[in-house]
Design a binder for this molecule. Structure first.
Ligand code: DAH
Length: 354
């Protein structure tokens, strides 16, 4: 029995991995292992011998099992140590100096706009890019015969002949999200809705897909004065130029009454655009007091609530702020352009303090 013990203790100690250890275990204390064979021999012994040998054999079995368990734990520890050594990573290493990717100016500007309006208590609402013509037009007080439908160069989704479901369109503006937001939360409400919109148009300042941000604020006593303050506050923070000058020009939209378009004062000198000075004006958004019919379409009682809305071109204000001359370049995926105009991943959205 002492020979058995020595033999297996040595073999266990020398087992190099889990498989080798399991082989030793089977040979020693497995069903057909040497210890089991010895156990079987007990049957042939006299009762006295059995009483002396039985406990010794059991103790040997226990001892071998304990040695196997200890070796197993040691092997696992060693394996873990080896893995930790191998997978070690110095997280304090400096990042690569050459930027691999960059944040697209549209994403950056969307973040900036969202951050500024968040400071004024606006949350972000979303809606689908494929919309029913009800949300895109009717709910916004643009009925079927209205010229605004034709003006918008709408992309209609194809319908098979005989398919009488209401037509779907690629949304031509973010205004349908106004209705979705009203339906989702009711009044009072303060939200902006940035997103992609589509119109069949293509030149230096138009692309078939572009980006807008819609804003709405609904409460019991919201007025044009609130609209004006919010937009001025936004422009000051966004453009980071002192003396930003806005001009509110009377206009017409079916979904607002009264309506105003907002221009920003600028100068073009030697081909460079300067904001806040000069005698030129650049239109940046449409706005107004939400039409009672639009509130109604969104399930809000116009006798109780009123509010303002505006819609602004994200690409347009990105071009102005970062001096990007051609809108089409935004969507060309030209790596050199992206490296030049892109932003570093960790660059926080620029924001005016105070
Ligand atoms: N939806 C308009 C457009 O795309 C922009 C707009 C004008 C949005 C006035 C508004 C608004 O919310 O009040 O041309």
């Amino acid at each position: 029995m002492d020979d058995l013990r020595d033999k297996y203790v040595t073999r266990i100690r020398d087992a190099a991995d889990a498989d080798a250890l399991e082989a030793v275990r089977l040979a020693a204390v497995g069903k057909k292992g040497e210890v089991a064979l010895k156990m079987r021999e007990l049957g042939k012994m006299s009762p006295e011998e059995r009483q002396a040998e039985g406990p010794k054999l059991n103790a040997l079995k226990d001892e071998i099992n304990a040695a196997i368990a200890a070796r197993k734990a040691a092997l696992e520890d060693a394996a873990l140590d080896a893995r930790l050594r191998e997978e070690w990573l110095d997280v304090t290493l400096p990042t690569r100096t050459r930027r691999q990717g960059s944040i697209h100016p549209i994403s950056q500007v969307t973040e900036e706009v969202t951050a500024i309006f968040a400071d004024m208590g606006f949350s972000v609402a979303e809606g689908p890019q494929i919309e029913t013509d009800w949300y895109n037009f009717d709910a916004l007080n643009i009925p079927g015969h209205h010229p605004a439908r034709a003006e918008m160069d709408t992309f209609y989704m194809h319908r098979a002949e005989g398919d009488n479901r209401p037509p779907h369109v690629l949304r031509t503006h973010t205004s349908p999200v106004q209705i979705k937001a009203m339906e989702a939360t009711g009044a009072p409400l303060r939200a902006i809705c940035p997103g992609r919109v589509y119109r069949a148009d293509y030149d230096q300042t138009h692309t078939p897909m572009f980006n807008q941000v819609e804003g709405i604020a609904i409460d019991r006593d919201i007025s044009m004065a609130n609209l004006k303050w919010c937009l001025e506050e936004f422009c000051r923070a966004f453009f980071e130029v002192d003396g930003i000058d806005l001009r509110f020009r009377a206009s017409h939209f079916p979904f607002t009454e009264p309506s105003a378009e907002v221009d920003i004062r600028c100068s073009w000198e030697g081909g460079t655009l300067k904001l806040g000075e000069g005698d030129d004006w650049l239109e940046i958004l449409g706005s107004g007091m939400i039409h009672p019919k639009v509130l109604q379409a969104g399930g809000i009682d116009p006798e109780q609530w009123q509010g303002f809305a505006f819609g602004m071109g994200i690409d347009r204000i990105a071009m102005l702020k970062y001096g990007i001359p051609d809108l089409r370049a935004f969507f060309d995926s030209d790596l050199r352009w992206l490296r030049h105009y892109g932003f570093a991943a960790l660059q926080a959205p620029a924001r005016h303090a105070g």
